[in-house]
Design a protein around this ligand. Structure first.
Ligand code: ADP
Length: 465
């Protein structure tokens, strides 16, 4: 689970918020019920104390026995689990109820009254909490204090039960909120996942595609529409760029061809001063290099614009590779590099053989250029994982790790000085990539600086048998 995802954070906030509301409500309920229970108990005890006080007042001259009989008859404190005590301010106790039938408290432990009102009292030697109310009575010129009390434990037990229910409820609500929230937020964010997946598929080659817009009228519809407008603007800019490149290279081809022809004619002249001839030769070389770059750019721009739609012919890539390698053997030998060809069996693919030849030539040409004398190049073609694989491996100078991700970019050269000497302009691999992409394939590279490189082209096998 991604802890930074919007889904996780929304669910967490939602659960936290719900939990806080539940906790707040639960705490309020708990204290309100506690107050209500205790207040109720206090009121009924106070009314009982007042009734006993009235009884004491009616009796006039009070004798202990008489008081006991009257109170037992009217209130039966032992049977009902209550406490009643009548005493004089001097401390003389006229009446005190006995131990209750449920033995929930020991009356002798209850301390003497301090004054009228309600008090909570924790009995020594037991868990009991008593609630005792004190009323006053006067008769026969004598004042009395009448206490009525009851154990708080039953009310507290109820309160604890309520607390337990609240805690259980809290746990359940949190779990349900988390699970429900996860599902709901997941559903709400599904369009974002869809938009992301579709947007990832729209590369510079698929800018004509658009995101699907569901007419929901919500924020996602507006987002898709805004993204589609942005893709349309990008598409236009890319097309403009490609058209410009194709037009510019096309326009440059004719004057360059004329220039080269004229210069070749001048170089042929015998009467030329040797110094001028050498300069002309150098100029001719530069013009030829320029013409190659322009040709490559023209080819690349047409490929990227999808104008050079490949001729779909079924052919043997292994055979094409071995004949191309044979043709390039001489160049390699001149450089002191050996090319080994491993094409044990035919590998049938579909596409334009001319363009695939260019792929192999570019890769072999690079391998020869960047492998010092005495080095070895291997060209292998095979079927692997239902794909046609063409590999060009060398044990040359290799490519530094930081340059690897950029080698297929136009005009990228690892070492500009060295490449200029070898005549490369940094377009060869861009053409390889464009041709592979146009044939639904791809090209990748593994290389270690100082140990060599391996370029691997993967293409779909021909579906025909
Ligand atoms: P160039 O025409 O300059 O060779 P490429 O597009 O063919 O341009 O290659 C881009 C860069 O990748 C080259 O400048 C070179 O530094 C590097 N490169 C390509 N192939 C190899 C290789 N087999 N060994 C080492 N470096 C290579």
């Amino acid at each position: 689970m991604n802890l930074r995802s919007l889904r996780f954070r929304l669910v967490l906030w939602y659960a936290l918020w719900l939990g806080t509301v539940f906790l707040g409500t639960g705490a309020l309920l708990y204290f309100a019920v506690g107050q209500y229970l205790e207040g109720n108990l206090a009121r009924s005890q106070m009314s009982r104390a007042n009734r006993v006080a009235a009884l004491v007042g009616r009796l006039g001259e009070v004798s202990s026995n008489q008081l006991r009989m009257e109170i037992t008859a009217d209130f039966a404190p032992e049977a009902s689990g209550r406490f009643i005590r009548v005493s004089q301010p001097t401390g003389t106790v006229l009446y005190q109820s006995g131990e209750p039938a449920d033995q929930s408290f020991d009356p002798s432990q209850i301390s003497p009254p301090a004054g009228p009102g309600v008090r909570r009292e924790k009995l020594a030697g037991g868990p009991e909490m008593m609630l005792v109310t004190v009323a006053t009575a006067a008769t026969g010129g004598m004042g009395y204090r009448v206490e009525a009390g009851e154990a708080l434990t039953p009310a507290l037990t109820e309160l604890h039960r309520l607390l337990l229910s609240l805690v259980l409820g809290f746990v359940m609500v949190t779990i349900v909120a988390l699970a429900g929230g996860y599902v709901l937020v997941g559903r709400a964010l599904q369009p974002v996942t869809d938009i992301t997946r579709r947007a990832e598929g729209i590369t510079s080659r698929h800018l004509s595609e658009r995101l699907p817009v569901a007419p929901t009228g919500d924020e996602f519809q507006h987002l898709c529409e805004a993204l589609n407008r942005m893709i349309a603007r990008l598409d236009e800019a890319f097309q403009h760029n490609r058209r410009f490149l194709a037009d510019a290279s096309h326009e440059l081809r004719t004057p360059l061809t004329i220039l080269r022809g004229e210069m070749e004619a001048v170089v042929q002249r015998r009467e030329l001063d040797p110094a001028v001839q050498e300069t002309m030769n150098n100029l001719l070389e530069e013009v030829q290099r320029l013409a190659r770059i322009v040709e490559n750019l023209f080819a690349l721009s047409r490929l990227e614009a999808g104008l050079a739609s490949p001729v779909a012919t079924r052919f043997d890539l292994a055979r094409l590779a071995s004949t191309t390698a044979e043709q390039m053997c001489l160049v390699a030998e001149d450089k002191g590099v050996k090319i080994t060809c491993q094409t044990p069996q035919p590998v049938m693919v579909e596409g334009d053989p001319g363009r695939f030849k260019q792929v192999i030539v570019n890769l072999l040409d690079n391998a020869i250029k960047y492998t010092p004398a005495g080095g070895a190049i291997t060209l292998a073609v095979r079927e692997q994982d239902h794909k046609a694989v063409c590999e060009v491996a060398d044990n040359g100078i290799g490519i530094p790790a930081d340059a690897l991700p950029r080698v297929f970019e136009r005009f990228f050269r690892v070492d500009e000085t060295r490449n200029r000497e070898s005549g490369g302009a940094g377009i060869g691999l861009a053409i390889v990539k464009a041709i592979c992409t146009a044939h639904n394939g791809h090209v990748e590279v593994n290389s270690t600086a100082g140990s060599g490189s391996c370029f691997r082209v993967c293409l779909p096998l021909s579906a025909q048998t």
